[in-house]
Design a protein around this ligand. Structure first.
Ligand code: ADP
Length: 436
């Protein structure tokens, strides 16, 4: 603004100088008798100055216009750059928001950190898993976890790192596997709870220990009796027969135990398949009672079956369901003292759309402290061991067959000293149900 007004001033002064030169030439010509050439010569410096000034101004204007045009072009370019920078900054922010939202949606606990030890994302699953409020720095995370995340983020080698670790949390120790994935200067850690895996390993260890103990017991007695029989002459005939009978019983128990162990592990590992068909449980009950009649008579137990008042048809595996019935009946007969009664009842529960089978006995009942453990592998009530031989696997197998393979339920009610009632229920036959 200032330069343009000073430019205007210069133009006025130059034009004034030129006009003054012309006027003074004309004045001189009028006032004196100077010739035209002499007057022009006298005013020449003023005229030249004015002309030069005008030339300079014209050139200067052209230069200013060019400068302004170039300045305007540069400003345009800068504005375009600024707009594109703003656009890419916005795009980066949107991508970062989407990245955060995506990690937040994941059901697995996830933590993302950068190489400057800032925690960029700690999703809700991770907060719950670690019992922590969102943290801003890795130093607020458990040490082993923070160190693995920071190492992966800083390494910049694109190498994925995975480590099992125990984290000391306010709630206690937590076994976790951390899978760290590098992404540029970030590291994304996925946390996997190992509690269930460790629990399964512990249970497997327990099972192997109990199984080898339970298998060794009959094996040891068979071996001991075999050694005694080696010197057969020193043993009277009646005792020899007794030893042989015990050996046979023990080897039967051994093979039953191995069979039950195999069946349980096939069901637990998901290999076992049921041959589902329409099964009349009233018919199955009559067959089972018939099969157990001899055992009950031998022990002077009254074995009863309540008449079926309803049609009780289920979808299931006939052989497996019969095996469960036989197992419950056999237990009733085994643990009920002579003179007692074992009763089998089949009924339907239309509300739950299931068929319910019950085996009641007048035996010793179940001590309250044993109620929650009866269906565990190898669990046997210590004081009842002398009442009958067993494997401690029968009820566990029954539970696997009913709950895992038939989607049913199994349980027991008992009053100590008054007897027990074992029951199971399986879904009623459904029209159109597909056999497995
Ligand atoms: P077992 O081969 O030892 O009978 P089970 O798994 O069938 O194995 O039963 C586990 C334990 O439950 C038995 O050892 C026994 O102590 C107890 N039990 C099962 N049925 C009865 C019952 N009807 N009355 C009393 N105790 C029972």
């Amino acid at each position: 603004m200032k330069s343009s007004s000073s430019g205007k001033c210069t133009v006025v002064v130059c034009i004034a100088a030129l006009a003054a030169g012309v006027l003074s030439t004309w004045g001189m010509l009028r006032a004196s008798d100077l010739s035209m050439e002499a007057a022009t010569l006298a005013c020449l410096p003023t005229l030249l100055l004015g002309a030069l000034g005008i030339c300079y101004i014209v050139r200067r204007r052209a230069f200013d216009d060019a400068m302004q045009a170039s300045l305007r072009a540069q400003l345009d370019l800068a504005a375009r750059h600024a707009a594109s920078h703003e656009r890419s900054k916005r795009a980066t922010e949107v991508a970062a928001d989407q990245f955060r939202a995506m990690l937040e949606q994941l059901p697995a606990p996830v933590i993302a950190v950068d190489c400057g030890d800032d925690v960029l994302v700690m999703n809700t699953a991770a907060q719950k898993f670690l019992h922590l409020a969102p943290v801003a720095r890795t130093s607020a995370l458990p040490h082993a976890l923070a160190s693995l995340l920071a190492t992966t983020a800083r390494a910049g080698d694109g190498v994925r790192r995975s480590r099992d670790m125990s984290l000391a949390l306010s709630e206690g120790m937590l076994a976790v596997r951390v899978d760290c994935v590098p992404m540029g200067e970030l590291a994304i850690g996925v946390l996997i709870d190992l509690t269930a895996e460790h629990e399964a390993e512990r249970r497997m260890g327990d099972f192997v220990a109990k199984a080898s103990h339970e298998l060794r017991t009959p094996l040891a007695s068979i071996r001991a009796y075999a050694e005694m029989l080696e010197d057969a002459t020193a043993i009277p005939e009646s005792e020899r027969r007794q030893l042989l009978t015990t050996m046979l019983t023990e080897s039967d128990r051994l093979s039953r135990m191995v069979d039950q162990m195999l069946s349980i592990s096939r069901i637990e590992s998901g290999i076992a398949r049921i041959h589902a068909a329409k099964v009349d449980l009233c018919e199955l009950a009559a067959e089972s009672v018939l099969a157990m009649r001899g055992e009950a008579n031998a022990k002077e137990i009254s074995l009863l079956v309540s008449p079926c008042a309803v049609v009780a048809t289920a979808d299931g595996d006939r052989d497996m369901l019969k095996q469960v019935m036989l197992n419950l009946l056999s237990n009733g007969i085994k643990y009920t003292p002579a003179g007692g009664t074992v009763t089998l009842t089949v009924d339907t529960d239309h509300l739950a759309r299931s068929v319910v089978v019950q085996v009641s006995d007048t035996g010793p009942g179940i001590p309250p402290e044993a109620m929650g453990r009866l269906f565990e592998k190898f669990y046997r009530i210590e004081s009842y061991r002398r009442l009958a031989k067993g494997t401690g696997l029968g009820l566990n197998l029954c539970r696997s067959v009913i709950e895992q393979l038939h989607g049913g339920q199994i349980g027991v009610d008992s009053t100590l000293g008054m007897g027990s009632r074992f029951w199971f229920s399986v879904p009623m036959e459904r029209v159109g149900r597909i056999a497995a």
